[in-house]
Design a binder for this molecule. Structure first.
Ligand code: ATP
Length: 465
């Protein structure tokens, strides 16, 4: 057990680490507060030049693992604005709520279950009157110390808008799954998919969170990568469920997470939706504590049955071998792209001492690193070196995200690339002019090798594969 002093020291160190990561991301072009010149907008963020590369790499890796390399999973890309019947069928319009509570004195708004958990350690999600009672039993507002709470009440997380020529509100989708279920028939009609099979989608989702916090962990506009994996109703699903947990964890490890920083949280039976047989979250140990990264749920036939009911269109699978029609059940593995990016950044962020100097190095796995290779002329004012290094850069940039840099001394250029996690730096020096070779410096070992320019392609292909 940590003593109170140790606990607060630990909390402070965690907050410091998070603060360092947030300012590092801004300083080094990964993630910026959005529309900052206008004072920002409620915890919204933009991905900068390195952030967008990181994001694209993570999405590509996920697509490769779960679509390209899987004969049983196909992809799709549906719209953000969908027919509102979808959200009626899924229950989102009625029931996609979070509980909020305000401190009457300082007006700070909280998610009621989160503030109760923070102050008492009790999980009271869903119990509005219970939460109000506990808060009003003397719990103090973490912001101002007053004990004067409004009643906890539900607030919808759905963003509403409208569309020309369409009656009634339209919603920004709160998850990507809706489009997958509503296109189930199109996919089974047009593709030769056989149960078990999955449909995967990557795209934006929007939730009007009561409190957006912890940097990009909880934001209101985010991206999800979801799969609906359809199985026979009578299939023995438990081993497959475990496989999906392993595959999700493997993916987290492939973007740099350490296995010991991951843990599984099974939702207690009494908290599961009536249709769900089992739900497990995979959580990551962020600097602010463990938080959900992936979810995996057995959703039975709830979604297809609901969409059939409301659309009047049968959403069944035809088993040609047994000449049988049925509604498949579904396993739903899901993950947030932004939370994966935060994981990759937290896991890579390293401070180390090199010859009495401190360096920050982002130890991204090669596949995740935004820039793969940087090319430098040793000196900026020697045209022969600049010309040769530009030739090397022009050749490599057709294959990899590369950067050319001739600014400042070599040591500083290495440090800049270390900070953005570039695995290899290539320097063209005077020897290069005579020998047609370059030095290649490894980000992690900082060792340098001389490689013939003609062998660079093969060398990098091997190292970066
Ligand atoms: P939480 O309990 O953290 O609110 P959730 O259980 O509501 O998450 P799901 O509905 O399972 O989340 O959404 C699937 C995934 O989308 C989550 O595992 C998470 O990675 C991501 N996600 C959900 N809400 C947000 C958000 N506000 N910001 C960023 N990512 C999110």
């Amino acid at each position: 057990m940590l003593k109170e002093d140790d606990k607060s020291a630990y909390a402070k160190a965690s907050a410091d680490k998070m603060q360092k990561i947030v300012s590092f991301c801004k300083r080094r072009g990964f993630i910026f507060p959005a529309c900052e010149i206008y004072g920002g907008l409620a915890n919204s963020y933009s991905y900068g030049p390195y952030g967008v590369e990181l994001k694209n790499n993570i999405k590509k890796m996920w697509w490769k693992k779960f679509v390209q390399e899987r004969a049983d999973i196909v992809g799709m890309d549906g719209p953000i604005l969908l027919n509102s019947k979808i959200w009626e069928a899924s229950g989102h319009i009625k029931g996609f709520n979070d509980a909020m509570v305000d401190c009457k004195k300082c007006k700070k708004r909280y998610r009621a279950d989160h503030v109760v958990m923070e102050l008492t350690g009790k999980d009271m999600e869903g119990d509005l009157s219970g939460m109000t009672k506990v808060l009003r039993s003397g719990l103090k507002c973490p912001e101002c110390g007053a004990s004067d709470w409004t009643e906890a009440k539900n607030m919808s997380q759905m963003f509403r808008t409208e569309m020309n020529a369409v009656e009634g509100p339209i919603y920004l989708r709160p998850e990507t799954a809706g489009a997958i279920f509503s296109d189930f028939k199109n996919i089974t009609d047009s593709m030769r998919v056989k149960v078990p099979f999955g449909i995967a989608q990557i795209g934006k989702a929007f939730r009007n969170e009561i409190v957006a916090r912890n940097f990009i962990f909880r934001i209101r506009e985010f991206e999800q990568m979801e799969i609906e994996y359809f199985i026979k109703p009578e299939a023995k699903w438990e081993p497959l469920f475990d496989n999906w947990l392993d595959w999700q964890e493997e993916f987290a490890v492939s973007i740099g997470a350490k296995l010991e920083d991951l843990r599984r949280y099974e939702h207690p039976k009494e908290k599961l939706s009536h249709y769900s047989k089992k739900t497990i979250d995979i959580e990551y140990n962020f600097p602010f504590g463990f938080g959900e990264l992936f979810g995996l749920a057995h959703r039975g036939d709830f979604d297809l049955t609901q969409h059939s009911k409301l659309s009047g269109v049968k959403l069944e699978y035809f088993d040609a071998v047994n000449n049988k029609r049925y509604t498949p059940h579904v396993l739903e593995p899901t993950v947030g792209v932004d939370r994966l990016i935060l994981t990759a950044i937290c896991a890579a962020y390293t401070k180390e001492k090199v010859k009495d100097q401190e360096r920050i190095v982002m130890k991204f796995p090669h596949s995740v690193a935004p820039i793969k290779v940087a090319v430098f002329p040793l000196l900026k004012n020697k045209p022969a070196l600049v010309e040769m290094s530009k030739e090397v850069y022009d050749k490599l940039k057709t294959q990899y995200m590369c950067e050319f840099d001739d600014n400042g001394n070599i040591g500083k250029r290495y440090r800049r690339q270390d900070e953005i996690g570039t695995p290899f730096c290539i320097t063209v020096d005077f020897e290069s002019l005579d020998n047609q070779d370059v030095t290649v410096r490894d980000r992690d070992t900082m060792e340098q090798e001389r490689i013939a320019i003609n062998d660079l392609d093969a060398y990098l292909a091997e190292k970066l594969k």
